[in-house]
Design a protein around this ligand. Structure first.
Ligand SMILES: C[S@@+](CC[C@H](N)C(=O)[O-])C[C@H]1O[C@@H](n2cnc3c(N)ncnc32)[C@H](O)[C@@H]1O
Length: 247
């Protein structure tokens, strides 16, 4: 089933909501600009954000994911764009990061930190971040309270640790970081680069796996996620947090 899940995503332009503009805005907020820096990108996927960052920086990015075919796609694209000298791909579980203490100027997790939880992520990366180094995470958050029942039920199952923006901001302070910048991502970053191509892909996959009940159930769950966003987009969405390591 895992293989079919990855097959849904292997031709997608990106693996989650986001945009090059949001990546650029978040990086600019760090003020790292033209300094020679080393970045760790965790849960990089096929590297939608890695490639954008690589074009903006002077230095290198260690791009990590635990699914090798995504890393292979990123390495191919980096080569096509003449960015191979700036992007080093490593297969590594974000729950078991192995780097030197104080190694990185910036640690990036775009739409991926939920795999280990936002607070856990803040704690896990801390020792690898230089004192006064930066972290940038984008995360799916509640924007409103009193969630409609069907929405609450879906996320209780799919993303049980999803919290509000206020809760994430508190977690940042509680874990020894200073919030430097914060912004919500536009609704458009869900549609054009992600849900619109995903809906098309699901329609193809339903035909291909018409006799596979388990696959059809998984496609239905992905379709439900899209339908819920269409209905309830003012209740939740992505937010970018740019933080400085202060302790
Ligand atoms: C929603 S995708 C986001 C990918 C990319 N940052 C983007 O925005 O297109 C989440 C990524 O996290 C990766 N991932 C999931 N669990 C992981 C883990 N334990 N360690 C490392 N990567 C993981 C997945 O393979 C996937 O590429």
């Amino acid at each position: 089933m895992n293989e079919i899940f990855y097959e849904v995503f292997d031709t997608m332009p990106r693996l989650g909501p986001g945009s090059a503009e949001a990546t650029k805005k978040a990086f600019k907020a760090t003020g790292l600009g033209s300094k020679r820096i080393e970045i760790l990108d965790i849960g990089c996927g096929t590297g939608a954000q890695t490639l954008v960052l690589a074009k903006m920086i002077n230095g290198k990015i260690i791009a990590t994911d635990n699914y090798q075919p995504f890393l292979d796609t990123l390495a191919d694209q980096a080569s096509t764009e003449n960015l191979s000298d700036k992007i080093i791909c490593k297969n590594m579980d974000m729950a078991k990061l192995e780097f030197e203490e104080n190694q990185f100027d910036l640690i990036w997790a775009e739409g991926s930190i939920y795999h280990i939880g936002f607070a856990n992520g803040l704690r896990k990366i801390k020792s690898f971040l230089k004192p006064n180094g930066y972290a940038a995470f984008s995360d799916l958050n509640w924007f409103k309270r009193n969630h409609p029942k069907e929405l609450a039920a879906f996320f209780a199952n799919e993303c049980p640790d999803m919290v509000s923006v206020e809760e994430n901001i508190k977690l940042i302070a509680d874990n020894g970081y200073k919030l430097i910048d914060f912004f919500r991502l536009d609704e458009s970053v869900f549609w054009e680069p992600y849900y619109t191509p995903l809906e098309k892909r699901l329609s193809t996959m339903r035909k291909k796996y018409a006799d596979n009940e388990e696959a059809l159930a998984m496609f239905a769950e992905l379709q439900l996620e899209i339908d819920l966003y269409r209905k309830y987009s003012d209740y939740y969405g992505y937010a970018f947090y740019i933080m400085k390591n202060i302790s």
